[in-house]
Design a protein around this ligand. Structure first.
Ligand SMILES: [Zn+2]
Length: 113
């Protein structure tokens, strides 16, 4: 049993780790392409560099929802795929995410509570 565990550990370091990283990138691309209306680009501008793209909760509260579900990153993407790509998300670049966050904060200040 010890030999098996050691062999698995070595295999994981050489092969398994790379396969996992590949699978994570694959589901990220699939998710961001789906929520980018079939294109791997930001829904608001033409940014297409994968490192700049992220998933946006259209109505906000993304952090609270992910904390509630206890799923972040690729696990959250896998959950969305399993659920048949529910609505309420869009692909945005980090610049457009930032602009949206600032705009939302300004709107909240303008509307008296
Ligand atoms: Zn953008």
């Amino acid at each position: 049993m010890k030999d098996y565990k050691e062999a698995h550990r070595i295999w994981y370091q050489k092969v398994g780790k790379a396969r996992e990283a590949e699978a994570r990138v694959k589901i990220k691309i699939e998710t961001l392409t789906h929520y980018g209306n079939g294109k791997l680009t930001c829904s608001h501008c033409d940014e297409s560099r994968l490192a700049c793209l992220s998933l946006d909760h259209i109505n906000g509260n993304g952090c609270k929802e992910r904390d509630k579900l206890k799923r972040w990153g690729y696990r959250f993407y896998l959950m969305l795929k399993k659920q048949g790509w529910p609505e309420g998300f869009q692909t945005l670049c980090m610049n457009c995410q930032f602009v949206k966050a600032v705009t939302d904060r300004v709107k909240q200040r303008e509307i008296p509570s």
